[in-house]
Design a protein around this ligand. Structure first.
Ligand SMILES: Nc1ncnc2c1ncn2[C@@H]1O[C@H](COP(=O)(O)OP(=O)(O)OP(=O)(O)O)[C@@H](O)[C@H]1O
Length: 296
């Protein structure tokens, strides 16, 4: 059997830096590389992220479901770090553990063993109240299904996290976020009065408004047409460039992954490699190689 690393390396064009299989240890180049230069940054105090050194880390993360003959090992010892001011995509074949990893990183699910750390806070050491506070105060979420409250306007939906947390509204930041996602004319509309793309833009703004240390996005463009998909991805990129946001996004879409600064690939519950600054073609080639490796 050809090891996955070899299978991938022979199939991915090395026009850029190419796939860095297994580069998730502390000595790995990409992991320790500085955040990329995103070009022009709007120089307001809004461009400073709340926790410039925040790092999300998984160490030896295992997650099993069920017991006995029904046991499923969704994650089998994942080691990976995510960096501030970076947009990272998580990809891999169906069932490779992407959503499970995202949920474990976000404190939505517990790990079976290993450790998840968000800026020094070990999630497995938190009780339910601590996890709730972490999710409320330090994490933003974007889901495939928007999850907006139907009776609230766009403005009210966007401001909901601040209201729940009892935090004051920074109108300057609100205007900035609304401008980034192009919703200035839609603030009085309810979700039923907006297209899917507009609703997802509200969800993106809602995730950004509390300046969370990290935004976790699970297939955020999965329900969108191609124009809305491009818009939402552009807004996610803008939030990284203009607000210094950190984003970790699960996607099946090579186009979406190619909009990220880095793609981490999972296979069979393990990190199979990663691509910095990938092209869509490189992502596609890597996914094909992973599919072949899975079938071996
Ligand atoms: N609640 C659960 N109970 C039992 N098995 C589960 C549960 N959640 C996930 N799994 C299993 O864990 C494995 C990984 O699932 P996961 O949803 O993380 O993969 P994925 O890469 O996100 O897949 P997809 O791309 O199809 O969404 C799969 O075999 C799945 O069937």
């Amino acid at each position: 059997m050809i090891p996955l690393r070899l299978a991938i390396r022979t199939s991915v064009p090395h026009r850029n830096s190419g796939l860095q299989a297994g580069t998730t240890g502390p000595q790995a180049g990409v992991r320790d590389a500085p955040a990329p230069d995103h070009g022009a940054v709007i120089h307001t105090n809004l461009s400073s992220p709340p926790q410039a050194t925040t790092t999300v880390r998984a160490r030896g993360v295992r997650k099993s479901y069920g017991t006995g003959p029904g046991l499923v090992e969704a994650l089998r010892g994942v080691d990976v770090s995510f960096h501030p001011r970076m947009f990272t995509a998580l990809m891999g074949p169906s069932g490779s553990g992407k959503s499970t990893l995202l949920h474990c990183l976000a404190g939505l699910d517990s790990v079976t063993s290993g450790s998840v750390e968000i800026h020094g806070t070990k999630l497995e050491q938190l009780n339910d109240a601590g996890l709730t506070a972490l999710r409320r105060d330090r994490i933003g979420f974007i889901f495939q299904s928007f999850n907006l409250l139907p009776t609230l306007t766009a403005r009210e939906n966007i401001l909901l996290p601040l209201e729940i947390a009892g935090k004051p509204v920074d109108e300057r930041l609100f205007d900035h976020v609304v401008r980034i996602v192009g919703l200035t004319d839609r603030l009085g509309h309810r979700p039923s009065e907006m297209s899917g793309g507009q609703q997802q833009r509200v969800a993106v703004a809602r995730a950004m408004i509390a300046r969370p240390e990290v935004i976790f996005a699970d297939e955020p463009t999965g329900n969108l047409d191609s124009v809305s998909r491009t818009d939402v991805l552009r807004f996610l990129q803008s939030s990284v460039r203009e607000l210094g946001q950190m984003i970790v996004m699960v996607t099946h879409d090579p186009f979406a992954a190619a909009c990220a600064d880095r793609v981490v690939f999972l296979r069979d519950g393990l990190v199979a490699g990663e691509l910095p600054r990938p092209t869509e073609e490189q992502v596609l080639d890597t996914m094909k190689a992973l599919g072949r490796a899975v079938r071996r």
